[in-house]
Design a protein. Structure first.
Length: 324
C-alpha cells in the first residue's frame, strides 16, 4: 500500500484495517508457507480493489463497519490468490519487483499458499454475505476470471488473435474483479439499485482501461533498463492490444515476430517494440484506453454530488494515469 493513499486518510485507515484482517486470517502452522505469505505481503501493492469498494460504499446510508472490512478483505484476498497462481502458470520470476513465491519457494509452496488464501477468502464470504445475492456473484466472478484466463490460454501463440479476443480476455481476468469491487461497495454501503448498476459500469470501464494502460507500458522501452526483461508477454505468446493493432496496420512488418516469439533475442524484442510504435500500436491502444477512461469519468460525474464523487473522480484519474 505504501504511501499511495496518504491524501485520503479515511480510505487509508480502512485499508490498514483490511490488512490487519487479512493478516489475522493468514495464520498457518507451517513455517514455509507462513514465510511465503509474509514475503508476498511485504511487496506492497496499492490495494486498488478494496479502495474502490470503500469509495463506492460512501454513497450509501446504511453500513455495517465490520461487514465492510470483511468484504473488502475478501476482495484483496481473491486478488492475491489469483496473482500467486498466475505466477505459477507463467513461471514468473518476479512480482512487484521482488522474487515471486514460486521462484523463491518452489511451485509446491506457491500452490499451497494460493490455495490457503482462497480458503480464507471463502471463510470471509461465508461470514459477511451468506444471506445476500453477492455470495453467488462472487462464485460467478471466480468463474469469469477463470474463463478469461482460459480464453487467453487458447489464444496463446496465435498470430491471428483478434482485438475482440483480447478485450474478452481482459474483461474476465482483470476487469471482472474491479467491477465486483465497485458493485459490492455500492451494495454493502446501502446505495440504491440504480447506483449499484452505475458502479458496475464504472468498474468495467476502469478495469479495461487499467489493463490496456499496463499493456501499453510493456512496450514503452524508455521506462526499462538493460537488465530489466522486456516484452515478457510476447515471449510467452500473449499478444496484447498494442501488438495486435500494429499487426493489423503493418502485417508484413509485425507478423514475422509472431511465428516463434519465445525464441526472440533481446535485440529482436527491442526491434519489435520499435516497430509496434512505428505502426501505431501504442498510440492506437492509448486511444482505446482513453475511451474507457472517459467512459468511467462520465459515469462518475453522474453520481450524487459531494465529496465522495470528487474523491472517486480524482482517484480514478490517478489510477488510470500513466507516463509515456
Amino acid at each position: 500500500m505504501s504511501d499511495y493513499w496518504n491524501d485520503y486518510p479515511k480510505i487509508k485507515k480502512n485499508l490498514i484495517q483490511v490488512k490487519q484482517e487479512i493478516a489475522q486470517r493468514l495464520v498457518i502452522n507451517n513455517q514455509t508457507i507462513e514465510e511465503a505469505i509474509t514475503k508476498f505481503s511485504s511487496t506492497g501493492g496499492k490495494m486498488i480493489r478494496p479502495a474502490l469498494f470503500f469509495l463506492f460504499a460512501d454513497f450509501g446510508e446504511e453500513k455495517d463497519p465490520e461487514q465492510l472490512i470483511k468484504v473488502a478483505a475478501s476482495l484483496e484476498l481473491l486478488h492475491s490468490a489469483t496473482l500467486v497462481h498466475d505466477d505459477i502458470i507463467d513461471d514468473s520470476p518476479t512480482r512487484r519487483g521482488n522474487a515471486s513465491i514460486q521462484s523463491r519457494f518452489g511451485k509446491d509452496v506457491a500452490v499451497y499458499t494460493g490455495d490457503f488464501m482462497y480458503t480464507s477468502y471463502f471463510e470471509l464470504l461465508a461470514e459477511s454475505m451468506s444471506q445476500t445475492p453477492f455470495l453467488l456473484k462472487n462464485a460467478q466472478t471466480m468463474k469469469k476470471i477463470l474463463q478469461g484466463e482460459l480464453t487467453q490460454m487458447t489464444c496463446t501463440f496465435n498470430p491471428d488473435q483478434t482485438v475482440g479476443d483480447y478485450l474478452r480476455n481482459i474483461n474476465g481476468k482483470t476487469a471482472e474483479l474491479i467491477r465486483l469491487s465497485c458493485q459490492e461497495g455500492a451494495y454493502f454501503g446501502g446505495a440504491d439499485k440504480q447506483l449499484q448498476a452505475r458502479a458496475k459500469r464504472i468498474g468495467s470501464a476502469i478495469g479495461l482501461a487499467f489493463q490496456i494502460y499496463d499493456d501499453i507500458l510493456n512496450f514503452s522501452l524508455e521506462h526499462g533498463d538493460e537488465q530489466k526483461p522486456i516484452l515478457t508477454d510476447v515471449q510467452q505468446g500473449i499478444f496484447t492490444l498494442p501488438l495486435l493493432i500494429a499487426r493489423d496496420h503493418a502485417p508484413e512488418m509485425i507478423r514475422p515476430y509472431l511465428e516463434a516469439p519465445e525464441t526472440l533475442t533481446r535485440d529482436e524484442l527491442i526491434q519489435l517494440a520499435t516497430h509496434v510504435d512505428q505502426a501505431g500500436g501504442r498510440s492506437g491502444a492509448l486511444i482505446c484506453a482513453e475511451k474507457f477512461t472517459n467512459k468511467a469519468l462520465s459515469e462518475i460525474q453522474q453520481l450524487p454530488a459531494g465529496n465522495s464523487r470528487e474523491a472517486l473522480k480524482i482517484v480514478a484519474t490517478q489510477l488510470l494515469e500513466r507516463h509515456y
